[in-house]
Design a protein around this ligand. Structure first.
Ligand SMILES: [Zn+2]
Length: 134
């Protein structure tokens, strides 16, 4: 079931609201980028997130094929979300950092289905051989 969650960066400059169906699953990936962040995310549609404050305090990073734009607070460095527009994802999407959601309880987070992706080897359909560090 879709629920509304509020997220923020550490310094509170960036605040947003989004709608997530956690039953639809969350994911962690071992790619060169997610691996460094230990990024635990949920994918939502491009119309399911609204920035409430601090859009001008976000800075962007892209790498590789540059299909994903990673947004960071330029003050505190926290990454609230990434975004992209891919056919395989059904068009525009956000990858929300579940760690920045202020009204997501630990119980809810731990109850959500979790999948792993072997992004490091471009093998997005399968889990990596090692997942304990993610
Ligand atoms: Zn911040």
């Amino acid at each position: 079931m879709k629920k509304t969650y509020h997220g923020s960066c550490h310094c509170q400059a960036v605040r947003f609201v989004c709608s997530i169906d956690l039953d639809a699953g969350t994911s962690k990936c071992n790619c060169s980028f997610c691996g460094k962040l230990r990024f635990w995310k949920a994918f939502i549609g491009g119309d399911a997130l609204q920035i409430l404050a601090g859009a001008d305090n976000l800075t962007q990073y892209q790498f590789g094929s540059k299909t994903i734009t990673h947004s960071f607070c330029r003050t505190c460095g926290v990454k609230p979300f990434g975004q992209g527009n891919l056919e395989v994802m059904g068009g525009p999407f956000y990858a929300v950092n579940l760690s920045v959601l202020d009204d997501l309880s630990l119980e809810e987070l731990l109850a959500a289905p979790l999948e792993y992706q072997d992004g490091l080897h471009d093998n997005w359909e399968e889990a990596p051989a090692e997942i304990r560090h993610l």
